[in-house]
Ligand binder design. Sequence first.
Ligand SMILES: O=C(O)CC1=CCC(=O)O1
Length: 96
Amino acid sequence: MLFHVEMDVRIPYDLPAEKVDALKQAERVRAMELQRTGAWRHLWRVAGRYANVSIFDVSGAQELHDMLSSLPLFPFMEIHVTPLCRHPSSIHDDDR
Ligand SMILES: O=C(O)CC1=CCC(=O)O1
């Protein structure tokens, strides 16, 4: 199943800089790991915002939730999930 996921990062201003740097580094490592499995198909920065738009290809909502909650920045993100299904006019065979 494909999901469109939008993540808005909201790190509290009073979090110490070293802690923020460590969280961002750990997030990067975990995000790259999940992309290499193929489950995190696309990851894009939203221009002008500390936010990203992603496409996940997972078995269902539970797997998606498990992945998102494994992200080190999970407690500091507002996440919006939209389930996707195939558009009848799509010419892409992998849109499913
Ligand atoms: O910087 C972000 O958009 C938050 C984030 C999610 C995955 C990642 O590597 O960074």
